[in-house]
Ligand binder design. Structure first.
Ligand SMILES: Cc1cc2nc3c(=O)[nH]c(=O)nc-3n(C[C@H](O)[C@H](O)[C@H](O)COP(=O)(O)OP(=O)(O)OC[C@H]3O[C@@H](n4cnc5c(N)ncnc54)[C@H](O)[C@@H]3O)c2cc1C
Length: 311
């Protein structure tokens, strides 16, 4: 029986693991993929306090330090996929592909995932031209043409990162101006490799095995433009950065949700005693590494208090 089981090793889960381990809780952290969650997929992180941007620093390098700290304070780690949870009652149960675990408290920190682009045939071309992670896939498009869907901070920053690899990067945006911060926009407009398709959405994608064409619709005129891969390339890249959806399906019908996001109080407590939530899966005003880490720290501290009161 663990004191606490933490689901997900993004910034929220890692901070919870660090605080739980450091306060000598018998803690287990379960992660299905690589540590760091979303921030491990980006090179650019300029706003985590103390993170100074230079060539050596990135999302993954920040996470590597967080993981090391978690290890140092003795939080147990398992690499597995959480398949179901039983949250009610004094003993919380977590069922993973490789085993079942029990704890007095639980911290839900499974984060969020990219919202799909929403075009016809999208699923067939994910990993075959369509991607949601520039850091992971940019080098596949060295000297190719790349399109980016979105107009917020992430979309524009990731598009500029892609200009280090692709010969041309075009932002496809459904409005006639970007939503990204003005300072980011200025850099994008000054970048000679950047192009813009305004008032546009991707309707359908296709190609023989790999992404070879897409139909883009102008939302004002309804005109469809077919974009085809250059004959010599045979493929182009299409990256989606249009927001996120919380990873809370596993908890539906148990914890209270609003639009899929978990409702908590200021102490990260959900409606179920002993169940806490931290990070991007929570209803909150700012979803960033600094707030995810803060949530994780609070959740672990409150889990300890909950156990002390129960004893
Ligand atoms: C491209 C991009 C750029 C960004 N740039 C910045 C930035 O510059 N500054 C900033 O502060 N923030 C940035 N963010 C936001 C930041 O990454 C998130 O706010 C932060 O990662 C949220 O942390 P989290 O721990 O709540 O969730 P996540 O990072 O989503 O981590 C959740 C973890 O849970 C795991 N998980 C999910 N389901 C299961 C399961 N069933 N079983 C086991 N494990 C599971 C996932 O694999 C993942 O590792 C960026 C995000 C993106 C995508």
């Amino acid at each position: 029986m663990y004191d606490v089981i933490i689901l997900g090793a993004g910034p929220a889960g890692l901070a919870a693991g660090l605080y739980a381990g450091r306060s000598r809780m018998n803690a287990l952290l379960i992660e299905k993929g690589q540590d760091g969650g979303q921030i491990a997929t980006t090179n650019e992180i300029e706003n985590y306090p103390g993170q100074i941007v230079d060539e050596e620093e990135s999302g993954p390098s920040l996470i590597a330090r967080m993981s090391k700290q978690v290890e140092k304070f003795g939080c147990e780690r398992i690499s597995d996929v959480v398949q179901s949870v039983e949250l009610a009652g004094d003993v919380k149960k977590v069922v993973c592909a490789g085993g079942e675990y029990e704890a007095k408290t639980i911290i839900l920190a499974t984060g969020a995932h990219s919202r799909p682009i929403g075009c016809k045939n999208e699923g067939q071309y994910v990993g075959k031209g369509i991607s949601f992670c520039a850091t992971c896939d940019a080098n596949f498009f060295e000297d190719f043409e790349v399109y980016v869907v979105g107009g917020g901070d992430s979309a524009v920053e990731e598009a500029m990162y892609l200009t280090n690899f692709a010969r041309k990067v075009t932002i496809i945006h459904r409005r006639d101006e970007l939503r990204a911060a003005k300072s980011i926009q200025e850099k994008a407009f000054a970048n000679p490799k950047m192009n813009f398709m305004w008032d546009s959405v991707v309707e359908e994608v296709g190609g023989e095995g790999m992404l070879g064409w897409m139909d883009v619709r102008n939302v004002k005129t309804d005109e469809i433009t077919r974009i085809e891969a250059d004959e010599d390339d045979g493929i182009f890249g299409l990256f989606g950065f249009i927001g996120f959806l919380p990873n809370t399906e596993l908890f539906e019908g148990q914890v209270e949700l609003e639009n899929g996001y978990i409702l908590t109080d200021d102490n990260m407590a959900t409606n179920i005693p002993g169940v806490f939530a931290a990070g991007d899966l929570r209803k909150k005003s700012l979803r960033q590494v600094v707030t995810a880490a803060a949530d994780g720290a609070i959740a672990a501290t409150q889990a300890l208090k909950y156990i002390e009161h129960a004893e």
